[in-house]
Design a protein around this ligand. Sequence first.
Ligand code: AMP
Ligand code: MG
Length: 336
Amino acid sequence: METKIFPCSPESLALAKQTIEAGEVVAFHTETVYGLGANAFSDEAVLKIFALKGRPADNPLIVHVHKEYDISPLIDGEPPYAAALRKAFLPGPLTMVYPSTGKVSKYVSCGLNTLAIRVPSSPTAQEFLKAVDLPIAAPSANLSKHVSPVTAKHVFDDFDGKIGLILDGGACSGGIESTVLDCTGEVPQILREGLVTREMIARVAGVCGVYRPKTGERPKSPGMAYKHYSPRCKTAYFTREELEKAVVCYREEEKSGSPCFLCESEVCAILGDYSTLDLGGSPEEMARRLYALLRKGEGEATLLIGVEPQEKGGVMAGVLNRMRRAFGAEHGTKES
Ligand code: AMP
Ligand code: MG
């Protein structure tokens, strides 16, 4: 199959609609990362996503809808704070988890009685979702465990010949996946950190929890248990305090291979002549650059050495979660 990359146009949107209605998948731009979408009402179409990605069967999918789509038939009620959160943050990089009515394919939520819904703000995503006018189940458009895609080329690199169409909206401005928020309880609870932060949600809802699974427990957001975002080269990870150790590691690798640091601008400046990939200075910049640099790094280096940025709160919570997991520095991950 030839994999076509098209920007949004009447012709490409007609092709996207036809492809979705035929039960096939379409990759599309969002403001977070590219998604691999299929009709959420169709068992067969949803199962194709799992097969294409090699995604574990217990890792549920987020359903994407356009901003005028009526989600009430899909959800079984909502707590009072949910409407205020929708008004404040949607369309945007916030996924809300509701009690499900079970109207979409059972494979979307992998046996959970909840449904995760997102309204992306990307004009490409909105045009695509309006053209199909269906809930579209879509995980990130990368092979399972690999780094998430933030350009159409990244999607092409993982799925060339395996999917028919990529709707190109340029580079993703957000750069890390949406915040996943459990809206089934009395207070909202973050299941996966992202660009909509705990502080932002608490300002609207009054309070916001962050879910941390106990050891051995099946996490509420099953995807968080898996090894993720891994570049295809050796990796090492150090804190800023361990910078000297990181340099020793670099020198050792240099004898037989080509090491490269991945770190914030300030540390790149200290590292001067060493080979570095610059994450930037602000949390938003680091979110936007992280995945593109991990993909660049795996193509150019034999060993990618991550140095953890100093800042920790707000948007950095999401960036650090992805970075630690990409470098295998987060505990509790399992192979999928
Ligand atoms: P991805 O689309 O690859 O970024 O992954 C989707 C994320 O949303 C994973 O971490 C899933 O575990 C999570 N997710 C999807 N549906 C649900 C749900 N019904 N309840 C909790 N988490 C969910
Ligand atoms: Mg993913």
